[in-house]
Write a protein of this length. Structure first.
Length: 175
């Protein structure tokens, strides 16, 4: 069953193979955009302070996401190169290294967001107590989910590197 979803990127015509790999990746991006729009719709119904809290804390998560790009993209490239060279043992090693690095980073940053939510919120210089409290609460909640988020992104990258971009799409849509 798994072999049907996995594309061999080294055999056959290039354009159809790349399109088959890219379509689920593009669909995943559109679903992610829909999730973000839905979140913003619901948050906006809570008022301007909630939007300010989510938007401000979101800046910190964009920064974190750029840090997680290191093990995610690095692991994806190195796994893909190893699989292309036919060395599955090396590919597994790179996948493990990317997962370990990503999970370690996620654990450290989870602690930072949970334990240091007040100093992190103070960098925004809010004058409104309710916005401060909502920002700290948002940092705490999303910080607790960071390990799962990073794991999902890392596994998605590794599966895509192996030629399977459909499974991560199905997982995201199901979630």
């Amino acid at each position: 069953m798994q072999k049907e979803k996995q594309l061999d990127l080294l055999k056959g015509r290039i354009l159809p193979t790349v399109v088959k790999l890219a379509m689920p990746i593009m669909a995943t991006s559109f679903v992610g955009l829909a999730y973000n729009l839905t979140d913003m719709f619901w948050v906006s119904s809570l008022g301007e302070r909630a939007v300010a809290a989510v938007g401000s804390a979101g800046i910190l998560f964009w920064l974190v996401e750029s840090l997680f790009a290191l093990p995610r993209i690095g692991g994806q490239v190195l796994v893909g190169q190893s699989l292309g060279a036919g060395d599955t043992k090396e590919a597994r090693g790179w996948a493990r290294a990317a997962l370990r690095t990503g999970y370690l980073m996620a654990a450290v940053l989870t602690l930072v967001f949970v334990l240091f939510k007040c100093p992190l919120t103070s960098i925004f210089h809010f004058n409104d107590l309710e916005t401060i409290v909502r920002t700290e609460t948002y940092l705490w909640i999303v910080g607790l989910g960071m390990i799962a988020h990073v794991g999902g992104r890392l596994y998605s990258a590794i599966l895509t590197a192996s030629g399977n971009s459909f499974t991560p799409f199905v997982i995201l849509v199901t979630g």
